[in-house]
Design a protein around this ligand. Structure first.
Ligand SMILES: Cc1ncc(COP(=O)(O)O)c(C=O)c1O
Length: 557
């Protein structure tokens, strides 16, 4: 396999000089996966140029030969091999486009003669919604879309929550569903992706220096956006199941109390989680809601991967438990020993979701949030000023995401593909095809989303400082180098853990021990990429590690 160094045509966002502008903006780290994507794209560009040049050269040589000329020395005798495709297992985006009926709706809306903007009040008028697709909508978005999202909560969670309440009651567990969870349409806001929703939620809920809790392994933009807004971060270590539950949050609350540190004002986390794939059970979400309700913590529940889960853990929205209060305490078996459950109005739970993952529309920049009533006004004002509205054409087409059997069928096929891809990768770990790595020891629970998160452990990395204080001779064979080398030599992109792990935890430096594989692509490409990884791992990486470890040992002796 030939090695290729990619030329850098644009500066890496992490290497840009950052000593201009606001102090806050200079503390923000780059979103590393985007850096990896840029590098992978540049590599693809170089491979394509090399290929095109080789094709041109071969054609020229053929022409010279047929004209009776002498073949030039630089011409290769061998036929040109295939065009090399860089495989993208770094970005978390479906390779499929928008569902057909959604794309068709956008085309139809764009090509239809536009009529004046209007938000029709007729919720049941499914087709031909009367919208000027090039115009603004009101700040909260199309009423029809918000109505359909409201219906989605009824269809997906409310009925099943009744069923699960029955289950829980049968189990004699006092988990209390909030039967008033179905939001009013006035509480549903259409946003510019969930990313736009984060900005709205954080700005509406937190002031500079407010403390917001996040999981130690989590989506990096939470930390980065909060920092840009001047908030303080409380990083809660995840448990052995790669989860942040009420237990971990309570520990952080207690520590801060003991140390006289400012109280936690907010919590944001995603379940299913990016990068770990772990999912909170309904009981764990319930307990988190109870704790946040009791402590007046604004809980922002990022539910962007809902719809993509594999059956081991049931999907529940935090909205089901909004307003629940209890004096109950749980035993170690998870049973409630005493309870005083009651449902009050939701004052502190915000739901964020998006059309980017399950609905396969990442580039359409569309998401939504469900907010407690008392935040409606402030979020309305913020949205008006910051975004005006989410893209109108995306909203119009999104109407076909709900109540459309063809769309649902297409989206469920994607989930079937993710299920196959997930199994394919997990099976490699189960069958020991990667020497020294096993499912139990090295892989996070992959219950939902489309990621496998791998911890190489100390055995499969070698990072140390050389005795002679010569920086050039320091050894850094961690997951960052591994991902770099794998991309350079095998043209497959993975994301190193530095994006997701706490950058301040220099002791464990888990970001350089872990990496993420996205299996949102085609099964064919996942298969090709994983076969390459098996070769890379068994014939290059573990040998490099063994040599480096030996050298380290010799130096220590
Ligand atoms: C957990 C999580 N939340 C939010 C986002 C951002 O998504 P959107 O495209 O909706 O802005 C991502 C993207 O990968 C994500 O993984």
């Amino acid at each position: 396999m030939s090695s290729s160094s990619s030329s850098s045509s644009s500066p890496s966002s992490s290497s840009v000089t950052t000593n201009v502008g606001s102090i806050r903006s200079n503390t923000v780290r780059s979103f590393k996966v985007m850096d990896v994507l840029r590098k992978a794209n540049e590599l693809q560009h170089k491979l394509d140029s090399d290929y095109d040049a080789a094709v041109e050269q071969e054609a020229k040589a053929k022409a010279e030969t047929s004209e009776g000329g002498v073949q030039s020395e630089t011409t290769t005798e061998t036929a040109i091999t295939e065009r090399i495709q860089v495989l993208h297992l770094e970005v978390g985006q479906p390779e499929t486009g928008a569902p057909k009926q959604v794309a068709d709706a956008a085309i139809k809306a764009l090509t239809a003669s536009s009529s004046p903007a209007s938000n029709s009040n007729n919720a049941n008028k499914k087709k031909n919604v009367n919208v000027n697709v090039m115009g603004y909508t009101d700040a909260f978005g199309l009423l029809e879309l918000r109505q359909r999202i409201r219906q989605h909560y009824t269809d997906k969670y409310y009925i099943s929550s009744e069923e699960s309440e029955e289950e829980e009651t049968n189990n004699n567990n006092n988990m209390n569903m909030n039967m008033n969870m179905i939001p009013d349409v006035s509480q549903i806001v259409i946003t510019t992706g969930s990313s736009g929703a984060f900005l709205l939620a954080f700005t509406a809920c937190f002031d500079v220096d407010d403390v917001v809790a996040i999981a130690s392994s989590g989506y990096p933009c939470y930390r980065n956006i909060l920092q840009a807004l001047g908030c303080q971060i409380a990083t809660c270590p995840i448990n052995v199941e790669y989860k942040l539950t009420s237990i971990e949050l309570q520990i952080e609350i207690d520590i801060r109390k003991k140390q006289n540190k400012p109280k936690i004002k907010g919590l944001i986390l995603s379940s299913p989680s990016n990068p770990t794939g772990s999912m909170l059970t309904p009981t764990e979400i319930y307990d988190l809601c109870l704790l946040c309700n009791k402590e007046n913590i604004v809980f922002i529940s990022d539910e962007i991967y809902h719809g993509i889960s594999f059956g081991d853990v049931k999907e529940a929205t935090a909205l089901q438990y909004a307003g629940c209060r209890s004096t109950a305490s749980r035993t170690t078996t998870g049973r409630t020993t005493e309870s005083n459950n009651s449902n009050t109005e939701n004052t502190n739970i915000i739901i964020i979701n998006s059309f980017s993952k399950y609905y396969s529309r990442p580039g359409w920049r569309l998401g939504w949030m469900v907010v407690p009533k008392q935040y409606v006004q402030s979020i309305n004002k913020l949205q008006q000023n910051m975004f005006i509205n989410a893209p109108t054409i995306s909203q119009t087409a999104a109407l076909e995401c709900f109540n459309n059997l063809h769309t649902t069928e297409e989206l469920e096929k994607h989930v079937t593909k993710y299920t196959i891809n997930r199994k394919l990768i997990l099976n490699i770990f189960i069958t020991g095809q990667l020497k020294g790595l096993s499912l139990d020891k090295n892989v996070a629970p992959a219950d939902g989303g489309f990621y496998i998160y791998v911890d190489l452990g100390d055995d499969n990395i070698c990072v140390y400082k050389n005795n002679n204080n010569n920086e050039d001779e320091n050894v850094d064979l961690g997951s960052v180098t591994m991902c770099d080398k794998f991309l350079d030599e095998y043209y497959v992109a993975f994301t190193p853990g530095i994006d997701f792990e706490d950058p301040n935890d220099l002791k464990n430096n888990l970001g350089n021990r872990r990496f993420r594989i996205s299996y949102a692509g085609s099964t064919e490409n996942i298969n090709k990429a994983m076969n390459k990884f098996i070769i890379f791992w068994n014939t290059i990486w573990i040998i490099d590690i063994a040599i480096a470890k030996k050298k380290q040992q010799n130096e220590m002796e």
